[in-house]
Design a binder for this molecule. Structure first.
Ligand code: C5P
Length: 193
């Protein structure tokens, strides 16, 4: 039986870093599901057709990390048919042996409602903007505005809105170092293995 870990939360909360660290520690597969939506947004044209035609090559484009790609992602992510087109791939990824870590917005609520562990990672808006701006070399104020706009859209949409699953463990990383956050997350995994 494979072990599935769902990590959700708003933009730049630290979920990607935690997901990668867990995957490395336990030898699990890792999928950054935001990349799927970023790639659909970056393809342009009809987003539903783009989601249906998505291939691995689309996920390696260099321009997917920018604030603009994030905004485009959150617009196409509100379209139910886009989400539907990406669901099977994510569920098959999650079922891989010996385990899989998926990070995103709706992993614990929609994609993997039976995940063995659900983490919901949060941090203050300011801390998230600082971290993301440093990571992508963008202006912190513009990044803060972009994150807030994206979180508002992701939370307000009717298709798979951003929210913690009822059984998610909430991890607030505002005042945590990366090492502390990863240690806490790893302890949650160990407690369920
Ligand atoms: O995680 P990341 O910031 O790369 O995600 C980009 C956008 O993709 C999010 O703002 C959200 O709109 C969308 N997304 C989603 N569901 C996921 C992952 C990302 O709707 N599971």
């Amino acid at each position: 039986m494979s072990f599935t870990i769902a990590i959700d939360g708003p933009a730049a909360s630290g979920k990607g870093t935690i997901a990668r660290a867990i995957a490395r520690r336990f030898g699990f597969h890792h999928l950054d599901t935001g990349l799927l939506y970023r790639a659909v947004g970056a393809r342009g044209g009809d987003p539903v057709a783009a989601a249906r035609a998505l291939t691995g090559a689309d996920l390696t484009r260099d321009d997917l990390r920018s604030n603009e790609a994030g905004q485009a992602a959150s617009r196409v992510a509100a379209i139910p048919e886009v989400r539907d087109a990406l669901t099977d791939f994510q569920r098959r990824f999650a079922a891989q042996e010996p385990g899989a870590v998926l990070d995103g917005r709706d992993i614990g609520t929609v994609i993997c409602p039976d995940a063995d562990l659900k983490l919901y990672v949060i941090a203050s808006d300011e801390v998230r903007a600082q971290r993301r701006a440093a990571e992508i070399g963008a202006d912190p104020a513009a990044t803060l505005a972009a994150l807030r706009e994206r979180d508002a859209r992701d939370s307000a949409r009717s298709a798979a809105p951003l929210r913690p699953a009822a059984d998610a463990v909430i991890l607030d990383t505002t005042e945590m170092s990366v090492t502390d956050a990863v240690t806490r997350a790893i302890a949650e995994v160990r407690a369920r293995l």
